[in-house]
Design a protein around this ligand. Structure first.
Ligand code: MRU
Length: 384
């Protein structure tokens, strides 16, 4: 997608494949800066500290992290250790394990001398597949948005279609296009008048910082709202649909996404607003049936709750990125990063294979009997 007229992806190979370039998402929207990852440790750190984030993108970064490890030591022990290190960085998004397994299973049967090259090809294929899947999600979602727009009463036909989204499930969360935002980009490019309500998404503000940045650079009309405003807007008929992404989807259609998604689904249900979840196949965990009971929820630092980063507007620090303290020093913070929205609150899933009910029958209808991913590493930090 575009930044100031130049097309970007979130991740790319540099230096003949010995280095991986990424956009440093911790500095957006106020600073645009790229980073080069040249070692396994740097790749793992970039995922853990959210230099890169978003379920599909951390999967692709993990895949390239395995490549970087194998360039140094292509042996079995190195491969297993790198797999464990990367898989432990973020426990909720299943795409990470999915991508790591895809690379490992491709390289393990090969002689060590061939593994790094094969890992590079496998990681690149995962990245290309991600772009294709997200583009297809966009196409299916576009048809759905066009239908929603056409079905509005005649007196509302002149208004833009109002879509609410939570967190960032745009191109910055994937390799390109995004999941939840792909239908919005395709609708905007197709000439459908659309306006996006952007939840700021505390604590890390991926909505206010990343979604607003993306939409602005693509010229999509949008308005940032506090996380608690969505229900009010729905009560007053100002939201036509909600579209969010997911970090892990059970085979029964429960979806786990950024903390606060569940509350949006409840409000949408109460107000008869359709609630859609956009996802590629790499987000489905076919081993799980009960999202609330079974999906590990990442616990992040309380400091993300008690502090906030932004651009200083005045004083000696003007134009600097500064971090400020919110509650009194000494007040505890608790920071579960994701929550689960049960399938019964999801109107439909928008996938690269089409739109389906959020149910096992719906997913099986699209995917049949797909292979499944291993359990996440027990080392991963979870909120019990
Ligand atoms: O903690 P983050 O920023 O990695 O969380 C991202 C989300 O919750 C996205 O909505 C999700 O990964 C789906 S992205 C296509």
């Amino acid at each position: 997608m575009n930044i100031d007229g130049r097309a970007w992806r979130t991740i790319w190979l540099e230096e003949g494949g010995r280095s991986v370039g990424v956009i440093d998402q911790t500095l957006l929207p106020h600073r645009f800066s790229t980073r080069s990852l040249t070692t396994l440790d740097q790749a793992a750190e970039a995922i853990a500290t959210m230099v890169v984030r978003g379920a599909p993108l951390i999967g692709v970064t993990g895949a390239y992290g395995l490549m970087l490890a194998l360039q140094v030591d292509p042996g079995d022990a190195s491969l297993a250790a790198a797999f464990e290190q990367l898989n432990a960085t973020r426990p909720t998004a299943i795409n990470l394990c999915w991508a790591l397994e895809r690379v490992r299973d491709r390289v393990l049967p090969l002689p060590p001398s061939e593994r790094a090259t094969a890992a590079a090809a496998a990681a690149a294929a995962i990245a290309e597949d991600d772009v294709a899947m997200c583009s297809a999600i966009g196409d299916h979602g576009l048809a759905l948005l066009q239908r929603l727009a056409a079905e509005r009463p005649p007196e509302r036909q002149h208004e833009p279609l109002n879509v609410l989204t939570h967190c960032n499930a745009g191109w910055l969360a994937t390799v390109d296009w995004g999941t939840a935002l792909a239908p919005i980009y395709k609708a905007h490019r197709a000439g459908l008048a659309i306006h996006v309500w952007v939840d700021e998404t505390r604590p890390r503000n991926q909505g206010a910082s990343l979604t607003a940045f993306e939409l602005g650079r693509e010229g999509v009309p949008h308005t940032v709202i506090v996380d608690n405003a969505g229900g009010h807007l729905m009560q007053h008929g100002r939201v036509d649909a909600v579209i969010v992404g997911t970090d892990r989807t059970t085979r029964t259609g429960d979806v786990c996404n950024k903390i606060g998604t569940y509350l949006k689904a409840l409000a949408a249900h109460d107000n008869g607003v359709p609630f859609y979840v956009a996802l590629p196949a790499s987000t489905i965990d076919w081993t799980l049936a009960d999202g609330v009971a079974e999906i590990p929820i990442e616990a992040r630092s309380p400091g993300e709750v008690t502090q906030i980063q932004g651009l200083a507007l005045a004083g000696a620090a003007a134009a600097d990125l500064v971090t400020v303290q919110l509650p009194p020093r000494g007040s505890a913070g608790f920071n579960p990063a994701f929550d689960v929205t049960p399938a019964r609150l999801v109107t439909a899933l928008i996938t690269e294979r089409g739109v389906a009910p959020a149910s096992e029958a719906g997913l099986r209808g699209l995917y049949g009997l797909e292979a499944t991913c291993s359990e996440p590493s027990p080392a991963a930090k979870v909120d019990q």
